[in-house]
Design a protein around this ligand. Sequence first.
Ligand code: PLP
Length: 388
Amino acid sequence: MKFSTKAIHAGQEPDPATGAIMTPIYQTSTFAQESIGVHKGFEYARTHNPTRQALEKCLASLENGKYGLAFASGMAATSCCANLLKAGDHVIVGEDVYGGTYRLFAKVLNKYGIEFTFIDSRDLNVVKKNIRPNTKMLWIETPTNPLLRLADIKALSLEAKNHKIITVVDNTFASPYFQNPLDLGADVVVHSTTKYIGGHSDVVGGAIVTNDDVIYETLLFHQNAVGGVPGPMDCFLVLRGLKTLSLRANAHAKNAQEVARFLENQKLVEKVYYPGLTSHPQHDLAKAQMRGFGGMVSFVLKGGFEAANTLCQNTKIFTLAESLGGIESLICHPSSMTHGSVPESDRIERGIVDGLLRFSVGIEDIDDLLEDLTTAFSVLDKKLKIKV
Ligand SMILES: *Cc1c(COP(=O)(O)O)cnc(C)c1O
């Protein structure tokens, strides 16, 4: 089956009791047993829930994986993966991973005797150099937030495999529609389903997909033991959202490409980051490992913080808010919002300057989006001119 068919049907059958086409929201904490030890596969809802099971099967299918696990948030999924580690293990992490992932690794899990080295995951040699005898996991995100840098999933996971290192890819930015890390050799895929998979900014969730029996059994054990599971209503919302992922992903990418081109032509824009632009230094890698370039665009404005703030205040459709991947267009100011906790010198060295803005380009009509930006840029232009 192809992607859009799987998104609508995988893991989902009409309800056997009523014929309901949509998977019901099984809002129950427990299930009746016929006799002691005899039941229909469901005992207690932390362990199993039919709505969650449908979602888990559908997510596995979209990532071309055997097993899916759903969680109450992307961070709950991320922290479940840490259960593949133990005290004394070492993890290599791409330096520009999601801020919450950085915080979990550097400020929570480090207390349990796990060591983390943050490196530039664009460079295979840097990864090679940091492998130690006790390195057990390589954690990468591609494209990264907010600079849309890429890591070569195939090359990195091959290197990791040679050292018996588990490769985990956070595939939130690309979504399974544009990139399937398991097909490129990764062992585990993680998602914040809050973003493109849910897609409507109305639910928080997370997921893990893998093909590896042992990894799955370990993660399944921990999902139940630790208990960060999503409720049936949240599972239903994610399942409902992901049915249209192929339509939305195409629309996001089409609009993002046009917005990126528009930004490249603005004289007040110093730099545009979008993997779909030929000016992106890893455009060829993007073409090789992704089927499209996604909906995230970042850019640096001349004029620093003040220019960034002026632009944000003068758009009507693009809304200043955290998060991404929903149908509506959002703006984020990474240096004060998502990356506010990164020390200033580190931030600037990495390119997260005060004039940097990140767009999550929505699926509104492109004419309206470009008009909104044209108006905001003309206000900015006037304001900067008055100042000089
Ligand atoms: C949002 C996000 C997360 C965390 O997910 P939550 O659902 O907010 O817990 C992890 N990774 C990436 C890339 C994200 O964008």
